[in-house]
Write a protein that binds this ligand. Sequence first.
Ligand code: ADP
Length: 494
Amino acid sequence: MSYIGSLDQGTTSTRFIIFNRAGQIIGQDQLEHQQILPQAGWVEHDPLEIWQRTQEVIAGAISSAKISASELTAIGITNQRETVVAWDAITGQPFANAIVWQDIRTTELLSKIAQADQIKLRAKTGLRIAPYFSASKIAWLIANTPHLQEAIALSRARIGTIDSWLMWNLSGQHITDVTNASRTMLMNLETLDWDDELLSIFDIPRSVLAEIRPSSQIYGHTLKSGAFGTEIPIAGIVGDQQSAMIGQKCFSKGDSKTTYGTGNFALINTGGEIVHSTHGLLTTVLFKIGDAPVQYALEGSVAVTGSAIQWLRDQLGIISTASDVENLASKVEDSGGVYFVPAFSGLFAPHWRSDARGAIVGLTRAATSAHLARAALEAICYQTREVLDAMATESGITLASMRVDGGITSNKLCMQMQADILGIEITRPDIAETTALGAAFAAGLAVGFWSSIDAIQKLDTGQSSWFPKKSSEFREAGYSQWKKAVVRTLDWVE
Ligand code: ADP
């Protein structure tokens, strides 16, 4: 038999998942790695630990699927985006811990970039000037790691996102894909190549960076001496959010999905068009399948969604597990006029206000923990609506339905509330692992395991749907109250 393996290297854990031709999981393994927090605002991972976990989950998944590695027709890689690693090409040893996407140590470095350069950066990359993206992290690593500087001078340094670190270890090649490169703030969205002007703003030599390739293509083979013990084509590399789009089959212009996790990430396929945002969204590469033209997306990120549920659990103690929130919120018909804006560390899209702080408004003597639980779920849904409204305005595409995935989507009450608050159908695929499935699709397309995007569209992997049950008057009245509550959170920090 033949299968596709998907390596999903996430922020908290690494998974290897094996799919059959029907897109079903036949084996998987998952291991967490350490979150290293050396000081406030810093988040690091140990690249060697990630590589170690990667090898373990590969072995674990192959054993749980009861297959041999040689039955894998190809493998794909999907990964936490923006996180950077620097390593020595001769010894394979990292020069420092990986700097993770959540790390904000480069805020000050970015504030020194001249206004004219900031404008260039935004225009060429579609991103906002934020420590979130890779460029300032790479600049920081080079400036603060003397061994790395020496290795650059000797042409033995390699720097890249996590996909390229894994690719190097699996195959010995320094390769990344267009989706990961589009999050570095160093790639030009039009040329799909590193941009000399951007490189010089951050003083990063082109020679240390990986070659940028399509998201679906045979890049090379796993080393016989390595984790698989045999040569398998590596044929897909896609950043995690873009991979979830592919896993959700969002191949056509106007298709969109929202992933509900710690925060939310909504993407909409804008086809071959680069849509520059004036409403707080990011422009990014969605994918490039082989020689076919590149597809772009608009992305809206919401900082706090699932983590507001964690807050109810860990700080307030009104639930003992995240899934308990559904039961508690079901005890009341509505939130009783309570609105909860969880702007714990500012607001991301579409506001991008780092000075915002959270608020609970509309409290009366009758308000209970159930009302607050319901308001927290509504906050997830209203924040999603804000992002989707911005997307509709900018792309000119009004959604007829929205595909969802991620941990919160197991909450049926929340999904019904989302359908009511958006006024459109919500669909959730039965397969929860859409991120891994996307990289499997990318790899499978490159080797002919799936003959075409059409063939993938026809796979019936099953889904659940929720339809709006409330009137548009109800919807708009609630949303307008929500907007008033958001205003209360702005300008809070002096
Ligand atoms: P991530 O990939 O960002 O780690 P997951 O997709 O695993 O996130 O989702 C985990 C998040 O979803 C947590 O923040 C948790 O609080 C929230 N969550 C999990 N189950 C539920 C539920 N049934 N209802 C609401 N929130 C939930």
